[in-house]
Design a protein around this ligand. Structure first.
Ligand code: KG4
Ligand code: ZN
Length: 342
């Protein structure tokens, strides 16, 4: 059968991602990030991200086509993230995708960013099995999903009630005087710290939270706890061990992420866990997830980081699956939807 050649556009946060796939085969994955521009603000600034997408899209499309060695006319479809994400950033990608699809007279697929993260796994070339639980952790989202079928049955089990996990890393880094993005910096600092030095709270894990929020996350209380601990130490003129705080904070985040993900596997009797999102770069998270999953008889899948962070290839891959599943293309009536449900 003819495998569809799909170009995917991803602009939901600060990465401008253009990916090209042929069916389940990855042909190119071009990413331009505006992260450097956000560094002095300590977090992603939506207006800055949107403007950066506008500037990065055209060159990224050209580069992706060249890398894949195909031309626009060869495409069978165009795919784009329509949500969830930053409204202004999404709008740039959606506008570009519509213009491209209309001018080329190709079908257009609007897809969900979170489901796209799950589809990234297909591009590893390994056999992918469902059902699987998926834990997606980045600077923009922290979500736990149950995937029975990628095309027709993805259920959101829970998500963060406040900050995303990556955002928490970025904010704690700032408190500790470490640069943005904070995740890699905390990871580095934590390497020489004692993760049991300070017992920080595990958000949304009390018995009273579990009835309604078993699979939800909260990191704002943890952030406040770290800030207060550091302030009190400094006020008392006592030294603050950055490695110990970093390691203890990281342990709290990792513990709650892995505990809830494996709880979802156990309760739904699903022996598979897929990890995705930029926070997966965290060494301790990978280590604890692999260790505890092995003990629980759960197989863990971690795609390469270039497919875990936001990218266009996963968006193209999801559209290719929709085409394979016989789904009709989107009409042009859709728009960017910052809170698009799965
Ligand atoms: O998926 P991603 O590249 O993009 C967006 O969310 O836009 O994720 C970036 C986030 C940032 O918050 C960053 O601090 C975090 O992932 N991150 C990490 C690590 N590397 C990146 N968090 C914890 N540990 C890391 N090693
Ligand atoms: Zn993402």
């Amino acid at each position: 059968a003819h495998e569809p050649l799909v170009l995917g556009i991803e602009t939901s946060c600060d990465e401008t991602g253009i990916g090209i796939v042929r069916g389940r085969t990855l042909l190119s994955n071009t990413i331009a990030s505006s992260m450097d521009e956000h560094a002095r603000y300590g977090g992603v600034v939506p207006e800055v991200a949107a403007r950066a997408h506008l500037e990065a899209l055209q060159p990224a499309i050209t580069a992706a086509l060249a890398e894949a060695d195909v031309s626009l006319d060869d495409l069978d479809a165009v795919a784009v993230t329509s949500g969830p994400g930053l409204a202004g950033a999404l709008m740039v990608g959606v506008g570009a995708a519509k213009a491209l699809a209309v001018s080329l007279d190709k079908p257009l697929y609007a897809v969900n960013h979170l489901v796209g993260h799950i589809a990234a796994d297909i591009l590893t070339g390994d056999e992918v099995e469902y059902p699987t639980v998926a834990l997606l952790v980045s600077g923009g989202h922290t979500s736990l999903l149950l995937v029975r079928d990628l095309v027709s049955d993805v259920e959101l089990l829970g998500e963060t009630m406040d900050d995303a996990a990556g955002e928490a890393f970025d904010k704690i880094a700032r408190i500790l005087g470490l640069p943005y993005p904070g995740g890699p910096e905390i990871d580095k600092a934590a390497a020489t710290g004692d993760p049991t030095a300070i017992r920080f709270p595990r958000g949304m894990s009390r018995a009273s939270d579990m009835a309604e929020h078993r699979y939800d996350f909260s990191f704002s209380g943890l952030k406040t706890a770290v800030a207060r601990w550091v302030e009190q130490r400094e006020a008392a003129g006592e030294p603050v061990s950055v490695p110990d705080v970093a390691a203890s904070f990281r342990e709290a985040v990792v513990d709650v992420l892995v505990t809830k993900a494996l709880d979802a596997c156990a309760r739904h009797d699903v022996p598979r866990l897929l990890l995705g999102g930029g926070v997966i770069a965290n060494r301790r998270l990978r280590e604890v997830a692999l260790e505890r999953a092995a003990a629980a008889g759960v197989a863990v899948r971690i795609p390469p980081l270039s497919l875990c962070t936001d990218n266009g290839a996963m968006i193209a891959a999801l559209a290719a699956e929709l085409i394979r599943g016989g789904r009709p293309a989107s009409t042009l009536a859709f728009g960017a939807d910052s809170t698009l449900p799965v």
